[in-house]
Design a protein around this ligand. Structure first.
Ligand SMILES: [Zn+2]
Ligand SMILES: [Zn+2]
Length: 175
């Protein structure tokens, strides 16, 4: 599997490079880091002072249509319809996901961003939310939730993932 990590606002190089390396090691996959800050004011809601995550996903899905798996990263606050804010959003078993570091700021920023990135990539690889407290696929509604969960999948999610990755490898071999 290959993943394209796109920084859509001006994030620190240290964070981007560290995240890339950590994710490459964790998933044992190649990640390409791309910096593509652009005028996204069209997707900004001035009343909420937040970007609409669903619209950002649609925009970048269109402009990077050739890439099978994409993770966007922003330092701006994002929301989904019906929710005050989100740390991330993904198409389950889909092509594109996003994480925001806006509400993860602390001395543990890298650790928190890594957990949310693993969580959203888990969604891209078909995982749903998990009830296991010791699983990164547990839904995080606040930073306490993020800090409490580990940066790894539970046995059950790991197995689903292993089957999924095995399937996608055999499928691509058929082509
Ligand atoms: Zn989730
Ligand atoms: Zn799990």
């Amino acid at each position: 599997m290959q993943l394209l990590l796109i920084s859509i606002h001006h994030l620190e190089n240290y964070l981007l490079d560290s995240l890339k390396t950590e994710l490459e090691n964790f998933f044992d996959m190649k990640i390409t880091l791309k910096k593509d800050p652009q005028d996204l004011s069209h997707y900004f809601n001035p009343q909420r002072q937040q970007y609409n995550a669903t619209k950002l996903l649609a925009h970048f899905k269109k402009s990077y249509s050739k890439h099978p798996k994409i993770l966007l990263i922003t330092n701006q606050d994002i929301y989904s319809q019906g929710l005050t804010y989100v740390f991330g959003q993904a198409e389950v078993d889909g092509k594109i996901a996003i994480i925001s570091t806006a509400r993860l700021q602390s001395t543990h920023l890298l650790e928190r961003a890594l957990k949310e990135a693993i969580h959203e990539i888990g969604h891209l690889l078909s995982l749903e939310h998990c009830m296991n407290r010791f699983c990164v696929m547990q839904l995080s509604k606040n930073t306490q939730n993020v800090d409490r969960k580990p940066a790894r999948f539970c046995a059950n999610c790991s197995q689903i993932l292993a089957e999924k990755l095995y399937l996608s490898t055999t499928e691509s071999h058929k082509l």
